[in-house]
Design a protein around this ligand. Structure first.
Ligand code: ADE
Ligand code: ZN
Length: 336
């Protein structure tokens, strides 16, 4: 292990872009398939891993939604969440803000409350047993309709105190942020923070829409913003945090080679970049692996790695006192 990898391992960090369904490891998928008597189209863990060879976002999403079919009970969601937090704690993640896709489950007949109560139980255990704090972000599937998103927001109302925000994910091209302008306005009126995947595969126009029409508090991915200098200036001027996911970008062919990843240029231009794992069970690594592989590919310095860890707390939805406390931990670590 290089010194830089040891430095990454110990760096206190937050994870701000993690789909809990994307942390379903093949081993747990098999265990849940057996526990729930659900058929899956694979006969071994190795066969599942071999199927994780994607040429674009949709290729991945088809497998990701199929994998989620094994999740049925409150215990399943608790087990899924706690398994993620064990991995996160091992990477010295101190705080995580995790997405879940309720429509993936309610459309299969799993009650909204079963999903939320299970995830919250896993999050509570993570805090008690691992000391990792967390927040839950309800993400709308953008390939579904505005009406379906509104219906999901209504289902969320009794559980509102459990959520820090809403997100927007799934197939980006053909489903611009404008489709969800009214849903996001309603979510904001309910006191929720706003995140959206933008500029992962979609054009810079979608990123402008996420800013101008959805009024997002945080941007997920944002890679294609780099094609538009005026957009980059706007992102820098607003102090917008981007949750960038290097291994995901490579696996989904958003970048052909990790050596060409835009993070160094984003940092040079003054964008508040954070590094995250997106769907670690599918993309080959949890958050530290994203730091490590990107650092090796593009040659990041300790200062740049420290800045991104600092950004991860600054760009979180923690309150100001908690942010200051966590950032002081990052700085104390970096100074040793
Ligand atoms: N859902 C899970 N991971 C996603 C990603 N990277 N982009 C869009 N939707 C997703
Ligand atoms: Zn994502």
């Amino acid at each position: 292990m290089t010194d830089l990898n040891a430095f990454i391992d110990g760096l206190p960090k937050a994870e701000l872009h993690l789909h809990i369904e994307g942390s379903l490891e093949p081993e747990l998928m098999f265990a849940l398939a057996e526990r729930n008597k659900v058929a899956i189209p694979f006969d071994s863990v190795e066969a599942v891993r071999a199927a994780y060879d994607f040429s674009n976002l949709q290729d991945f999403l088809d497998i990701y939604y199929a994998g989620a079919n094994v999740l049925l009970t409150r215990q399943d969601f608790e087990d899924l969440a706690f398994a993620y937090f064990q991995r996160a704690a091992a990477d010295n993640v101190r705080h995580a803000e995790i997405f879940f896709d309720p429509q993936t489950h309610t459309d299969r007949g799993v009650p909204f409350g079963v999903v939320v109560e299970g995830l919250i139980a896993g999050m509570d255990r993570a805090k008690a047993e691992l000391g990792v704090t967390s927040g839950l972000i309800l993400s709308f599937l953008r390939h579904l309709s505005e009406d379906e998103a509104f219906a999901t927001l209504e289902m969320a109302r009794p559980y509102l105190h459990h959520f820090v925000g809403v997100g927007l994910d799934s197939s980006e091209v053909g489903h611009p942020p404008s489709k969800f302008q009214r849903v996001f306005a309603a979510a904001q009126a309910m006191g929720l923070k706003l995140c959206a995947h933008a500029g992962e595969e979609g054009p810079p126009e979608y990123v402008w829409e996420a800013l101008d029409l959805l009024h997002i508090d945080r941007m997920d991915h944002g890679n294609r913003s780099m094609e538009d200098p005026a957009l980059v200036r706007r992102i820098v001027a607003e102090g917008m945090t981007l949750t960038v996911c290097p291994l995901s970008n490579h696996k989904l062919c958003v970048v052909d080679d990790l050596k060409d990843h835009p993070v160094p240029e984003m940092l040079r231009q003054g964008i508040r970049v954070t590094l995250n794992s997106d769907d670690p069970a599918y993309f080959g690594g949890y958050v530290n692996e994203n730091y490590r592989q990107l650092a090796a590919a593009v040659g990041l310095t300790r200062e740049q790695l420290t800045l991104m860890a600092r950004n991860s707390f600054a760009g979180s939805f923690l309150d100001d006192a908690a942010k200051a406390e966590r950032i002081a931990e990052v700085e104390a670590y970096a100074a040793t």
